[in-house]
Design a binder for this molecule. Sequence first.
Ligand code: NAD
Length: 345
Amino acid sequence: MKESLPKGSGDSVIKFGVIGYGYWGPNVVRNLDQLDGSEVLAVCDKSHAAQKKVHKAYPHIKVTSETAELMTSTEIDAIAVVTPVWTHYELTKAALENGKHVFVEKPFTSCSAQAEELINLAAKKNLKIMVDHTFLFTGAVKKISQLLEEGTLGNIYYYDSTRVNLGLFQHDVNVVWDLAPHDLSIIDHLIKESPEAVVATGETHLNSHEDIAFITIYFPNKIIAHINVNWLSPVKVRTTLIGCEKKMLVWNDLAADEKIKVYDKGVNITSREGLYNLLVNYRSGDMWAPQVEQIEALHHELAYFVECITKDKTPMNDGKAGLRVVKMLEAASESLRQRGALVQL
Ligand SMILES: NC(=O)c1ccc[n+]([C@@H]2O[C@H](COP(=O)([O-])OP(=O)(O)OC[C@H]3O[C@@H](n4cnc5c(N)ncnc54)[C@H](O)[C@@H]3O)[C@@H](O)[C@H]2O)c1
């Protein structure tokens, strides 16, 4: 093993310890196991049932219930934290203190103060943090980002997303902290402006956590984002409208193909003699469905994390990106508490 090398250099394989083998952990372990540049040395989960599953699927991987075994291992370079959000801070901090790079699930932490502390600690120790903003690595988001950057869509007016399904109810977080991080990380990536204010409304029907919420985010230049998240929907919907100056886009993430449709539609308004004499021009042209890459996003993301470590690059979804998302979540929570008050960021 390469203990003498500064973590993050050389061409060797990055050795991982993974904490948490519940719903999402198996995806992280499978992808790390398949990548050329990484190897999973150990998986830690408190649950006996989860430990048995790891044993069965990966007899060569060490299984433990003690996080300390991973943290203090001289062989492990990086830790993946795939546990509920309230554990992220403590586990990430321990990993950084023990000289490990960290891949941590979304949302990064339960509050921005924790995120800031971890960012500073990682910087001091010259270690990488990557927050699992999986959607940034999907073919759909990569394509939308490309269409925006090359100017095909024109300036963005709005991002309007519906992310609803029945369940999975979480015990520790509301629907905002569970589902909205996906859209917030996408918005953070696509909209090159800092959010100004957040308004959120929602309701708690079954326990003390909101199971439905509507979040509005205001940006400079009249850009607005709206996210509808709901655990009480009879059907699963993952549809996002992105309205821009030149084109309008519909992204249906559940579509097997043609996930993205770009419409050459728009409105031009001109006024000759003040507000009462508006000339409204609707433009309705062709629709096209650009090719979208189909490879598993998590595979790309973990390969990128390994590359960031070995080539000493700062990930685009680093701790700072995680913090920006947590700040929007905090503002949404505050607004929810005040039944839709405008909360400045
Ligand atoms: N990126 C994505 O698309 C995506 C999808 C689902 C979940 N997630 C995130 O992944 C994280 C985990 O979610 P999940 O749905 O897999 O949760 P889960 O409850 O199904 O699994 C968590 C596992 O962690 C174990 N665990 C908890 N605390 C531990 C500790 N201190 N030490 C060892 N083991 C511990 C539990 O025993 C459990 O097996 C959450 O942050 C969630 O937001 C991300």
